[in-house]
Design a protein around this ligand. Structure first.
Ligand SMILES: [Zn+2]
Length: 348
């Protein structure tokens, strides 16, 4: 039994920056902004020098002096953006902006060294990271590259469930199906796909999960997935594993590859009391446990796996026969085709 490495989930902070495009954390880019609330001013202090609020400003280009909208995040960071761009990207933001613009009068906010007129402000219950990432999808900038699955889900939930940002939703779905996540965390991707009813992604993730043993950790994503979906993933993995083991143990493929084997053996290799099956018995013995664990052709059809058998075959003729298995139309090619076809037989 292999012991998988659990993927620890940590409490997220509000100023993470795990995207390639967001290379400079917000925390390194603070700016002082005068707080405009007179109730917070100390009456005894010199009004010309008292700063009662320290507010971070978003990075360029979300600090534009030509902005007509400010977004304030959960941690009081301000992003200075353009209403028309946000309204075009999100019907939810468009409605929010229209409501705020209607109720506000033209006013003047003062940022140290800069004046802005006719600014509207909306407060979004999001972390700095989520707001900045969404803005990078909304603005005509290169798509941010998310390196962490937790971060991706945070942004995806905001884009789909709270703001209906179609472009970000599509881009994040493409990111979820990238090898970065499918190869490393297929079971977590499967749970996420089921949570958001992404059927094709769930199939892709199920196929990728075959490359990993089924004794996966109790991932946090399972809490948002039904027991039915969990059961489906587990039973599919186990069924394909059993079928892969049966497939490799069947003499059918051996017999199909036998002509290629005999045609490519030298005349000296003509002595085997078991009709040149020594290598095949050893192959089945060593491949079955691998396939019951990870039912794909990746390991058992690799040159390294085949080469590793040679030292375990006493029969000299069968050691030579083993070499013929990697030839075109040889035994390994047939095994690979049979194993690779198994997921499709389960609708994957
Ligand atoms: Zn033999």
């Amino acid at each position: 039994m292999r012991t998988p490495t659990p993927t620890p989930r940590q409490k997220k902070t509000n100023t993470r920056s795990s995207t390639a495009a967001i290379s400079e954390p917000l925390a390194k880019r603070p700016r002082l902004v005068l707080d405009e609330d007179p109730a917070l001013l100390d009456a005894d202090a010199d009004p010309e020098i008292v700063f009662v609020g320290m507010r971070r400003m978003g990075p360029a280009p979300f600090n534009s002096p030509h902005a007509d909208l400010t977004i304030r995040t959960l941690t009081d960071t301000t992003f200075m953006v353009h209403r028309s761009i946000l309204a075009a990207a999100s019907p939810v933001l468009a409605a929010k902006i229209a409501s705020v613009a209607k109720n506000s009068t033209a006013r003047q906010d003062t940022v140290v060294g800069q004046d802005f007129s006719e600014l509207c402000e909306i407060a979004l219950p999001e972390s700095d990271f989520v707001v900045e990432t969404l803005l990078r999808f909304i603005y005509p900038l290169p798509d941010p590259v998310l390196l962490d699955l937790d971060d991706l889900v945070d942004v995806y939930v905001a884009a789909t469930e709270r703001y209906s940002i179609a472009y970000a939703t599509a881009a994040l779905q493409r990111a979820l199906s990238s090898p970065r996540f499918l190869d490393q965390d297929p079971v977590r991707v499967y749970a996420i796909a089921q949570r958001f009813a992404l059927e094709e992604l769930a199939k892709d993730a199920t196929r990728s999960a075959l490359k990993h043993p089924s004794d996966w950790p109790n991932y946090e994503e399972f809490r948002n997935m039904s027991a039915d979906h969990y059961h489906s993933l587990l039973t599919t993995h186990r069924r394909i594993a059993r079928e892969a083991a049966v497939c490799v143990a069947s003499p059918f493929l051996f017999q199909r590859a036998r002509p290629v084997m005999l045609a490519n053996m030298s005349s000296r290799a003509s002595v085997c009391s078991k009709s040149f099956t020594c290598w095949w018995e050893k192959y089945v013995e060593r491949a079955k446990p691998v396939l019951l664990d990870t039912p794909t052709s990746d390991k058992v059809c690799s040159p390294a796996f085949v080469a590793g058998l040679a030292t375990h075959i006493a029969c000299q003729s069968c050691r030579e026969a083993l070499l013929t298995t990697v030839l075109p139309n040889g035994y390994i090619q047939l095994v690979k085709e049979a194993l690779d076809a198994l997921p499709a037989q389960h609708g994957l």
